[in-house]
Design a protein around this ligand. Structure first.
Ligand code: AMP
Ligand code: MG
Length: 341
């Protein structure tokens, strides 16, 4: 039995054009890399007050991590999962409310209550296994965000005794929105945060040019399939190469199709969403990954939310929605197919 775990891929890379993103501490630029929410995060701010802005942003991330963690016994989510009813902070209440909206808008593809299935595959402990079909059918009866009831005074209740939630699919996007606001409130007009490869930008670069964000090639993570030139946007990737295990020659990744309670086999290896909102980008990157190219394109066409998508298929084909026509510069050997409304 061959058993292998890789969990390195982060999906996006910020291209700084010569200068390093890590800990360059000139007065006009301040950057810190920390470990939070189970991943490496780099926060960079430019201009007067950049150090204070990054420090305030780090405090904000640590505050949110302490609320959302599934493992920290004092977190809102840990208490909710264990007691099935808990009074939670405003942030947790609000994020759970958004997650329920996304569940409805994505027809169940984004389901923060899919956690019992994530656990069954061993993604939470690293003790990976392949559950039997009957175990998966049984699990299916206990998942679904309809089991999350938001009550008065920030009280949240889980109506199924085996229901559990995990905000892993939306927390980094939610955090990046808040962190960018914290930095903007300190007066920063140029900055970039990368929370485990989920990128959100403030303004443009100090020389007035656009941020360049590279999209990782899932078949060779040291290479990019292209770059996105953007300002004031969140860019978030969900990919099957980001967290997975191989067992007996089969790859099992961490994005679960709530229909089957198994890793989504949608024909995609990576979905990148570009949006004004980190939260929307994070929710939809996971959901569109589950939907696949065709359903994901239809979802994009019919959605009232404003966002764009870079799809990479199992065969390495690249599809982009039309809003990225000018922003996306593909690698020389790649010709993206443009998806129109
Ligand atoms: P992301 O990297 O944002 O796509 O989120 C993936 C993480 O969210 C996984 O590691 C799981 O913890 C959790 N997850 C997996 N599948 C789903 C799903 N269909 N809906 C919501 N959360 C999920
Ligand atoms: Mg996500």
């Amino acid at each position: 039995m061959k058993f292998k775990l890789f969990c390195l891929g982060l999906g996006l890379m910020v291209l700084f054009g010569g200068c390093s993103s890590a800990s360059s501490n000139s007065p006009e630029e301040y950057s810190q890399t920390i470990f939070a929410m189970d991943t490496a995060m780099t926060l960079t701010a430019y201009g007067e007050g950049c150090e204070a802005a990054v420090n305030a942003a780090i405090s904000e991330i640590n505050r949110l991590d302490a609320l959302f963690s599934v493992n920290n016994e004092n977190s809102d989510i840990y208490r909710l999962n264990n007691e099935k009813s808990a009074q939670v902070s405003d942030d947790t209440y609000s994020l759970l409310g958004s997650a329920i909206d996304f569940y409805e808008k994505t027809y169940g593809a984004l389901d923060v209550a899919v956690y019992p299935a994530v656990k069954a595959w061993g993604f939470t402990t690293g003790e990976h296994r392949v559950p039997s079909d009957s175990e998966l059918s049984e699990l299916k009866t206990h998942i679904g965000a309809e089991n999350i009831i938001l009550g008065e005074n920030n009280t949240v209740t889980l109506t199924d005794s085996l229901a559990e939630v995990d905000l892993g699919s939306v927390a980094k996007g939610y955090a990046s929105d808040l962190v960018c606001n914290v930095m903007k409130n300190t007066g920063i007009t140029s900055g970039i945060v990368s929370l485990g490869g989920n990128v959100e930008t403030i303004g443009v670069k100090t020389d007035g040019s656009l941020w360049k964000i590279g999209v990782t090639d899932p078949s060779d993570e040291s290479s990019l399939i292209g770059t996105l030139s953007l300002e004031n946007k969140a860019v978030i990737t969900s990919g099957s190469y980001q967290r997975y295990f191989d067992l007996d020659g089969v790859r099992y990744h961490h994005i679960i199709d709530p229909e089957t309670c198994a890793p989504a086999r949608s024909g995609l290896t990576s979905v990148t969403i570009v949006s004004d909102s980190g939260l929307t980008a994070d929710a939809y990157s996971t959901a569109v990954f589950v939907m696949g190219l065709e359903k994901g394109s239809d979802f994009w066409r019919s959605s009232s939310d404003s966002f764009d998508i870079v799809f990479i298929t199992d065969e390495g084909e690249v599809y982009i929605t039309e809003g990225l026509k000018n922003a996306f510069v593909p690698r020389d050997d790649i010709e993206p197919v443009i998806i129109e409304r």
